[in-house]
Design a protein around this ligand. Structure first.
Ligand SMILES: O=[N+]([O-])c1ccc(O[C@@H]2O[C@@H](CO)[C@H](O)[C@H]2O)cc1
Length: 514
């Protein structure tokens, strides 16, 4: 019998990447398809609250553990006139959203979203339109959201029924302005100048806000790298973060490449960090730009998206990019989260794109149920368990050469320790086996007593995903399981954990210094 594959993971309490910012577990609600209408919001639904928002979706959002939600786009934001979406609903006019070629009914806008987020205890992240609009509209929206009584836009908010400022801290300076599909697409110089001026004005309205400059829409953009360098050369002193967007998919059944997506994400992050740091170094700046990975997910994009001009004009919340996910997609989502946790020092903000119906972990039917896709579980579990500091693990694992990403390790791992006074606290371990064979992982932890009390495992499936709550429930029953406690490891000893083929595992317990 061939010997079982092995990997080793070393964790040490003094080797730390950095604190995990809770905003890493953000998501995204765009005015696209049924994300808002019949997703988040459906006044006639049996579970609707007095504001028209679905309680079943809010309950799943809470279970998902989302900390931050980005709004209102996405491509949508680049042709959105925010002033038309506030005030009495009966006076708001529908308009054509050019990004997704849909008639936007304009019944949910800034106030409705921000009040929903507040009720749900979620930190909002707003985007301003730098596609068809500019400095004044961006500064006015900050004032509308965050201003105290006594000036025009703040008083408009108060007249619309909201006295207290919302205190929105996170702001995106447009969306994917490097993408030719973007309404008001710009080159890096045009965008960099505009973002710097809009950002300056926005911070003059509220100096407490954090700003995100648009990075590249993907690492495959031909302008990748030079875009970040040029944009940051204009905005370095104004912005706090640069955005990253990445979507991965199973292409032509190449499972090895798909399962290696987390390594591609890892390299993407390191390249953006290197580019940002090079701009900072040249400026002799001590400031470090961090990353807002504000769109990431599995998205079967190649088959669906070819720019808005290919979409028919639709109305009444059409079904747009409602990808149906498999447990394999769930394992990849779990692995992408491993990459994010391992970059906790440079990625304080990240958003799973999106949250409801459009490429989303939560699905709904109009007048019907809401349910979890397989991608829901690794996100919820990681958001729940990844607290405290990310530990700087040493992982040794066999590797495989993939068609898309070259060599990738077959085992990936991340760990967080919520230590109290640096002595003891909750430990969480996230492990992915990308190979088709089981792997024994020897976990060594010098200086730490580790006791793992249980966990959750998601196994990849081989079936095509089928739409609907019944199939999603069947996949969860077949692929998701609760694990008992692996054998306790003490002192300098090691704990061995066997990972099932093509699986994602989260283990939890405690770790204390000896
Ligand atoms: O790589 N692409 O071809 C590509 C195309 C569109 C695209 O759009 C982004 O993804 C959309 C869905 O989340 C958001 O509205 C937008 O910001 C993101 C990437």
């Amino acid at each position: 019998m061939p010997e079982r594959q092995r990997a080793t993971v070393v964790l040490h309490p003094d080797f730390r990447i950095g604190a995990v910012d809770r905003r890493m577990f953000g998501s995204f609600v765009e005015h696209i398809g049924r994300a808002v209408y019949t997703g988040l919001y459906e006044p006639g639904h049996a579970t609707a609250d007095e504001h028209g928002f679905r309680r079943d979706v809010a309950d799943l959002t809470r279970e998902l553990g989302v900390t931050t939600v980005r709004y209102p786009g996405g491509n949508f934001v680049s042709n959105c006139v925010w002033e038309d979406g506030v005030g009495p609903r009966e006076e708001r006019e529908p308009f054509i959203d050019l990004a997704w070629r849909t008639i936007e009914p304009n019944q949910v806008g800034t106030d409705e979203f921000l009040q929903w987020a507040e009720r749900e205890g979620i930190e909002p992240m707003m985007a301003v339109n730098l596609g068809t609009r500019g400095v004044a509209a961006a500064a006015a929206l900050v004032e509308y959201c965050n201003g105290e009584a006594g000036s025009k836009w703040a008083d408009m908010r108060i007249a619309n029924g909201r006295e207290k400022p919302y205190g929105v801290r996170l702001w995106c300076l447009g969306n994917e302005m490097d993408g030719p599909w973007q309404i008001g697409h710009k080159d890096a110089h045009e965008y960099g100048r505009l973002a710097a001026e809009a950002g300056k004005a926005m911070k003059l309205v509220d100096p407490g806000i954090e700003l995100v400059a648009c990075g590249s829409s993907s690492m495959q953009m031909t302008t990748f790298g030079s875009w970040e360098r040029t944009v940051l050369s204009y905005t370095y002193d104004i912005v706090d973060h640069i955005s990253m967007h990445a979507y991965y998919e199973d292409r032509d059944g190449d499972r090895a490449s798909f399962l290696g997506s987390g390594t591609a994400m890892d390299r993407f992050i390191e390249r953006v960090v290197a580019t940002a740091d090079a701009v900072g170094a040249q400026r002799r700046s001590d400031k470090r730009i961090t990353i807002s990975f504000d769109e990431w997910n599995v998205w079967y994009l190649e088959s669906r998206f070819a720019g808005g001009e290919n979409l028919p004009l639709q109305r009444d919340a059409p079904r747009v990019i409602e990808d149906v996910y498999s447990a394999l997609d769930g394992v990849v989502v779990g692995d992408l989260l491993v990459t994010l946790v391992n970059h906790a020092d440079r990625v304080p903000v990240a958003c799973l794109a999106q949250m409801v119906n459009a490429i989303a972990p939560i699905m709904t039917e109009p007048e019907g149920p809401a349910w979890r896709q397989p991608t829901f579980y690794p996100f919820a579990e990681t958001a729940r368990l990844a607290r405290g500091v990310a530990l700087d693990l040493r992982v040794q694992a066999p590797s495989v050469t993939t068609a898309l990403h070259g060599a990738v390790p077959l085992v990936t791992a991340a760990a967080t320790w919520d230590d109290v006074d640096g002595t003891d606290g909750a430990l969480a371990l996230f492990l992915v086996n990308r190979s088709g064979e089981p792997v024994d992982v020897d976990l060594t932890h010098p200086g730490l007593r580790v006791e793992l009390t249980g966990g959750v495992q998601l196994l990849a499936d081989h079936e095509p995903a089928v739409e609907g709550p019944e199939h999603a429930a069947k996949v969860a029953a077949a692929c998701l399981s609760t694990l008992g406690a692996p054998p306790a490891g003490t002192g300098d000893g090691s704990t061995t954990v066997t990972l099932a083929p093509e699986s994602w595992t989260a283990l939890h317990g405690t770790a204390s210094r000896i």
